[in-house]
Design a binder for this molecule. Structure first.
Ligand SMILES: [Zn+2]
Length: 154
């Protein structure tokens, strides 16, 4: 076995050659990019600015046939909606990278989702989409700097 694995930011991904990154990205651009970007609210410019190798590693695509799995994956990779400088996930991280997450009160947001679900089942999906893609809505959950300081000093 010549498989080698590397740890990127806590994710174990298979080490790939430059050639296989390029092959995967070419295939993505050719047959998936348009639909992917439209569905998940991003652009090729975003992907290339942050780094297409990071993008491929975030999905852990190893061979061409892996790429189409994005359609059925339970977790989707998107650009951090706050800083736009990292990849993150829609489902697990609500579109916030590790650096940006601490600035938002995600437990308050989870409370609101639960309340909304109690009133009407399925309604939290819309709230989640709003949190991820509408800056104005997300800002409601930004932790004010003075609150953060208070929390730390308690
Ligand atoms: Zn971020």
């Amino acid at each position: 076995m010549s498989d080698k694995f590397i740890n990127i930011d806590g994710n174990i991904v298979k080490k790939k050659s430059q050639k296989s990154y390029d092959k995967l990205y070419t295939e993505f651009k050719k047959n998936h990019a348009e639909e992917y970007c439209e569905t998940l609210g991003m652009s090729l410019e975003d992907i290339e600015r942050i780094g297409y190798k990071k993008f491929i590693d975030a999905h852990d695509w190893r061979k061409i046939s892996d790429i189409s799995k994005w359609r059925t994956d339970a977790v989707h990779i998107i650009v951090c909606q706050s800083c736009k400088n990292e990849f993150t996930t829609y489902e697990l991280d609500l579109g916030l990278c590790k650096k940006c997450k601490p600035f938002f009160d995600l437990s308050l947001f989870a409370d609101h989702c639960n309340l909304s679900e109690k009133e009407s089942r399925g309604s939290s999906y819309g709230l989640r989409a709003a949190f991820v893609y509408q800056d104005e809505f997300r800002e409601n959950y930004r932790i004010a700097p003075f609150l953060k300081i208070n929390k730390k000093s308690v």
